[in-house]
Ligand binder design. Structure first.
Ligand SMILES: [Zn+2]
Ligand SMILES: [Zn+2]
Ligand SMILES: [Zn+2]
Length: 148
């Protein structure tokens, strides 16, 4: 069961629990809380944003550990931006991001690589399979473009 990002709604406790159970992760209160915060904040966010809006429900170390478990289980995506900044978001429909290099604003981009590139990467890498890819676009948003 994949969480539908298009719904744009905070997960209920029941929905969060079911999502965890569908991946065989134990549905602890902390995991349910973190999953709900992820769904509430939507966009890719740093771990600090999650602990801040959770108001003490879990600490930074727990959040990191839990997020790594979520990523392994396919519940969350880890997005690496420049300068080693890692952001997390709830896994949903496959998409990419456009990142403003001035203010850090991030927009979801629902366009993907041209068909055939996967097969080409597989051939040139000699891999048996290519399962996934990440691709982020960097530029300047319209608001920042106006103010320079
Ligand atoms: Zn900007
Ligand atoms: Zn996204
Ligand atoms: Zn893609």
């Amino acid at each position: 069961m994949a969480y539908d990002r298009e719904v744009k709604k905070t997960l209920s406790i029941t929905a969060a629990r079911n999502l965890l159970l569908s991946t065989r992760l134990r549905a602890t209160d902390q995991r349910i809380a973190l999953l709900r915060t992820l769904s509430q904040l939507r966009g890719p966010v740093p771990v600090e944003a999650l602990t801040k809006s959770a108001q003490g429900a879990y600490d930074l170390a727990t959040a990191y550990r839990t997020l790594e478990a979520f990523v392994r289980a396919g519940l969350a995506k880890r997005i690496e931006l420049s300068q080693g900044r890692a952001l997390f978001e709830l896994a949903g429909a496959h998409h990419h991001h456009a990142v403003c290099t001035i203010c850090g604003r991030i927009k979801d981009i629902h366009a993907c690589l041209p068909a055939g590139l996967n097969a080409r990467v597989r051939r040139t890498s000699g891999f048996a399979r290519i399962d996934d890819h990440q691709l982020e676009f960097f530029g300047v948003c319209t608001l920042c473009a106006k103010s320079v």
